[in-house]
Design a protein around this ligand. Structure first.
Ligand SMILES: Cc1ncc(COP(=O)(O)O)c(C=O)c1O
Length: 452
């Protein structure tokens, strides 16, 4: 047993899983945990000390030696591969043009810290019971009010399931609707993670083109009339920013109603829209019985929260709740309580109002600046699209830009059919401030020019 424990600790240290300086458990704790005598652990630790892998530091405990591990921290994990390019960089301050992240300098950090501290105290009182897997009733009630006021969705709080964000909502919906082996319309171009979610769930994806009026519903009906569902972003299409026209909206709801198909509405921006007023959600009004509405606070507050919600139509509400309860219960209670107060106190709508003004200003300045360098740059949702000629390689531009501290995204990666893909750069402007705007735009333009 001692040899086995020694080999496993040794390997973990050599591989860097036990980080340099990390404290090993006390001999007594580890012995109890593994069900061996304390003497066995003492011998194991002595061997590791003799091999210069750990240091015995008296009352400071036994720690992993530092020098062995230099250089390991920066190595890319082989498991990072499949996601590279969509959502990276993770966990660093947002880079200029990085999509999907709100303004770093405008987050109400002090208020959030106060609400969270209060929530931690409340949470501590009920810390040893199971929380409602659908999410806190108070939060679900607040979300129902927000949806009624801002998205014209009339639903009961019991139709709402709190999730860890859009992705969890999608997983719950696809599982409950039994998407495996069935056809699903996706927008072409469309959000790559949405498409990948369908593929992982075993659905057969059917790309349906998007034009200036949004999803070309007639093309979907022509190519896959019997699809189980359509995954769409009708409010502000991701990534082109177009709103589904009234005629197409009607056609989509009509198809779903006639065919008993489902519409999964990705309402990731909610009412956070720069141009004009946001159109009511598809889940508002006639046809709503066929719509599973998914929202998230990832753009409207922060992706760091990890919080979103699903509105389930009555006929499938029980199935969705069951999937949530069994496979994906609502996340961390503290965050839910703090967000409840954020909504209840009116901070959320105030924050959205401020962000709309700020993002409009930043997008407009960036558009002016970029059009001088990259003529033809257009607005798209909260950001811009700089189209590139068909002979360009947007992925190569993105790679070089990353090495210069910029994070544009490649439009071509949002197409399923790469041979039909348009080349272009998706540019979020939420983190372009007066002090980094010029440099970011000039650097990007220079990179594009150098590739011509
Ligand atoms: C189209 C689209 N939907 C949804 C989301 C939000 O996803 P999540 O809440 O899982 O972070 C994003 C984020 O980038 C997005 O681009």
């Amino acid at each position: 047993m001692g040899d086995q424990i020694h080999a496993s600790l040794r390997q973990a240290i050599v591989d860097g899983r036990l980080a340099s300086g990390q404290r090993l458990p006390s001999g007594r704790d580890l012995a109890t945990q593994l069900g061996v005598a304390r003497g066995t652990i003492r011998v194991v630790y002595d061997r590791l000390i003799a091999e210069n892998l750990v240091l015995g530091a008296g009352s400071a405990g036994t720690r992993v030696c530092a020098r062995l591990l230099a250089g390991r921290a920066d190595e890319e994990s082989p498991l990072d591969g499949p996601l590279a390019g969509f959502t990276r960089p993770y966990s660093s301050a947002p880079l200029p043009f990085q999509m999907g992240v709100p303004a770093d300098d405008a987050f109400p950090a002090k208020l959030w810290a106060r609400l969270r501290t209060r929530a931690v105290r409340t949470d501590a009182i009920t810390f040893t019971t199971y929380a409602d897997p659908r999410g806190e009733p108070g939060l679900r009630a607040q979300i129902a009010s927000y949806l009624a006021v801002s998205r014209h969705v009339q639903c009961h709080p019991d139709q709402i399931i709190v999730t860890s964000g859009y992705r969890q909502g999608l997983m719950i919906a696809l599982t409950a609707l039994r998407a495996h082996g069935r056809k699903a319309w996706i927008e072409e171009p469309g959000y790559p993670l949405g498409r990948r979610a369908l593929e992982l769930m075993g659905a057969e994806v059917e790309p349906v083109p998007v034009d200036a009026e949004g999803l070309r519903v007639e093309d979907g009906i022509a190519s896959a009339p019997d699809a189980l569902l359509a995954l769409v972003s009708p409010g502000q299409h991701a990534p082109l920013g177009v709103t589904l026209s009234p005629a197409r909206r009607h056609a989509l709801l009509d198809w779903a109603t006639t065919k008993n198909a489902w519409i999964i509405e990705d309402d990731y921006l909610g009412e956070l829209q720069i141009d004009g007023r946001a159109a009511p959600a598809l889940a508002a009004g006639e046809g709503a019985e066929r719509v599973v509405h998914i929202g998230a606070f990832s753009k409207t507050i922060s992706p760091a929260l990890g919080l979103g919600f699903v509105v389930a139509p009555h006929s499938v509400a029980e199935r969705l709740v069951e999937v949530a309860a069994v496979l994906a219960p609502a996340p961390n209670l503290t965050t839910q309580l703090a967000v409840t107060e954020f909504l209840k106190g009116g901070h959320f709508l105030r924050h959205l109002r401020r962000m709309k003004t700020l993002y409009a200003r930043r997008r407009s300045l960036a558009l002016d600046r970029l059009n001088a360098f990259l003529p033809g740059t257009l607005t798209a949702g909260l950001g811009l699209i700089a189209p590139l000629p068909p002979t360009a390689n947007d992925t190569a531009v993105v790679d070089i830009a990353r090495s210069r501290g910029l994070a544009p995204s490649a439009l071509s990666a949002w197409y399923l059919r790469r041979s039909h893909a348009q080349q272009g750069l998706l540019l979020s402007t939420t983190n372009l401030r007066l002090d980094n705007l010029d440099a970011a735009c000039e650097t990007l333009a220079r990179i594009v020019a150098s590739m011509r």
